[in-house]
Design a protein around this ligand. Structure first.
Ligand code: SF4
Length: 439
């Protein structure tokens, strides 16, 4: 007699696939429509909870609508980045570190990837606009406070004349040291999760910039490195002349320690070593004097000696520019050497966060202890097997509301059943998400 074949839970039926597809399309349409909606700046203007922070991420959810279901890559994370500090985001591959950084930059691959919930509050400076929505220039004044006027020049540098043959005089706009024309600015906090893409263009690359993982794939192979830096100069300062942009490119290359910047500026990426390419990436990230730099595994593609130089450079520029850095890495050695604060992520959630001393001297979450144990030390024998946390990261699709580490945890007990653990504050800066520490 024929028996009914049991359904393989790992294979979707045609009906299930269609249901997922329909629901995905509806959700993606909803989020894309919301992004195109015309909004006023008040809609995405917000307030920081702590004035000492530059960035506050609260309850951030970033989902990917895939053919197999909704992948919850970042599933409700909350952390902050204090001013003038380096925050390390650590965790194994696939835990949501890079998706967090892409969400902050509004670079998640849409329409499949969407920030579905949460706030990304970023303290920045923005232009003051007049009644017509135009920027208000700052003019050069003399000792008595009167605006200084000069002849208006055409593109060839010749004075412009009016209908009566008189030379047109215009007020002289003030410029910053790097040649950028000055406008009236105001301190403001924006919620990047709500910000329309067009408004994001004003702060991305200028106030927040990113150093990508692999410079060879991030730099354009058909343009010289100088051209690629000049492109950013023109983006930040549309009035910059070609000569000014070129000089700025040379200055940036010299600032990141590239020898003979006047020559290297004309090189293509393939003519440079890995370390030099990464320095060029850092130069591009620094052109706008950003307040926040996101470095996504900046040393992964480099050999160990160059890694250390690049880390020192990042730390140096952070101190020089008084910027904050979010350093994404899976290398705890890098974190210990560079960071002030650490956020440990696992399966799209934060499992522990604290200062670098709290995380290294007193790790609490079994996952944090596991990744520390997995790091080879000088005491590790040459033939000794390296420790690895048993098991694998859970599938981010259909993720349950419970401790996501419990199948791999050596400290699991009866108290671990139930919903995802609440945040338990150990000190003002150190907190852990684990049932074991419930009082
Ligand atoms: S809640 Fe329990 S299972 Fe989860 S990490 Fe803590 S001790 Fe391990």
């Amino acid at each position: 007699m024929k028996t009914k074949r049991e359904k393989n839970p790992n294979i979707l039926s045609l009906k299930e696939s269609r249901t997922i597809l329909r629901s995905n399309l509806a959700e993606m349409k909803k989020y894309e429509k919301a992004k195109r909606k015309k909004v006023t700046p008040e809609y995405f203007t917000t307030q920081l909870q702590d004035e000492n922070n530059i960035l506050e991420v609260e309850n951030l959810h970033t989902y990917f609508y895939t053919d197999s279901g909704v992948s919850k890559a970042v599933n409700g994370i909350t952390f902050s980045v204090p001013k003038d500090s380096i925050v390390g985001l650590v965790g194994e591959s696939g835990c949501g570190k890079s998706v967090t950084s892409l969400s902050i930059m509004q670079l998640v691959q849409a329409p499949q990837g969407q920030v579905t919930n949460g706030e990304i509050r970023f303290a920045t400076r923005d232009f003051v606009l007049d009644d017509k929505g135009k920027r208000i220039p700052i003019y050069v004044t003399d000792e008595e406070g009167n605006v200084v006027y000069a002849d208006k020049l055409d593109k060839k540098g010749n004075p412009v004349k009016d209908k009566n043959g008189n030379i047109v005089r215009v007020p002289v706009q003030a410029r910053a040291e790097d040649g950028i024309p000055l406008y009236e600015m105001k301190e403001v906090t924006y919620d990047i999760a709500k910000m329309p893409t067009e408004d994001m263009y004003r702060i991305r690359g200028k106030d927040i910039s990113m150093i990508f993982q692999e410079p060879m794939t991030s730099l354009n192979p058909v343009f010289t490195v100088g051209y690629q830096i000049e492109e950013v100069v023109h983006l930040i300062n549309p009035l910059a002349t070609k000569k000014e942009a070129h000089e700025r490119a040379i200055e940036m290359l010299s600032r990141v320690g590239i020898p003979m910047p006047e020559t290297i500026v004309n090189y293509y990426p393939h003519q440079l070593s890995g370390g030099m390419r990464q320095r060029v990436m850092i130069a591009i990230a620094l052109v706008g004097n950003p307040k926040l730099i996101i470095a996504d595994e900046p040393t992964t593609a480099l050999d160990v000696t160059i890694q250390s130089q690049i880390l020192h450079l990042i730390k140096e520029v952070q101190q020089q520019c008084h910027a904050s850095v979010v350093l994404i890495t899976h290398d705890l050695g890098v974190v210990a050497e560079t960071c002030d604060y650490v956020v440990v992520m696992y399966a799209g959630k934060i499992v522990e966060k604290g200062t670098v001393y709290e995380i290294f001297d007193n790790p609490l979450h079994p996952y944090t202890k596991g990744i520390q144990k997995a790091k080879p030390t000088f005491d590790t024998g040459v033939d000794a097997d390296l420790y690895s946390i048993p098991g694998v990261v859970p599938n981010p699709i259909n993720i349950p509301d419970e401790c996501l580490f419990k199948d791999r945890c050596g400290e699991r007990c009866a108290c671990c059943e139930g919903t995802y653990p609440e945040e338990i504050k150990v000190t003002a800066t150190h907190s852990v998400f684990c049932h074991k520490y419930k009082k």
